[in-house]
Design a protein. Sequence first.
Length: 148
Amino acid sequence: MTNQLLPGLNHVGLTVLSIEDTLEFYRKLTSVEIFEETVRITGDGVGAVIRVKNPDYKSCMARIGNRNFELIEHLGSKGRHLVANHNDVCGIHLAFMVDDIADTFQKVKQLGLETTTDAPYVATELGGYQAFFFRDLNGVQIEIGQVN
């Protein structure tokens, strides 16, 4: 028996502009599995729980590798579109590890995505870890990294 109140993380929720467009974007980069189909959610009961007045949204559960994500698209209850930076509280990023960062960098550029640097950064303070960042269509930061 464990004395942990919360024994494990089940998923990360991402509010997105469009579930369909987000899935299309990530499918260009990696494999995405939908394991709970999109459902529409409305009503003041759920609204009280999530603190959204008159919620009207849809949600699906997706998996990339062994990580679960809930994709949430508000329809009639859209909030603000926030784009957070790495130093902003509540800012998030999704990190993907690769074996050949130079090749991945070129492929990301060929997709027309704007990277934050002209080449992968080498972090000498992290033993030569290499990384670069770009944003998805929702403004979420994506980190691509390689351990040497």
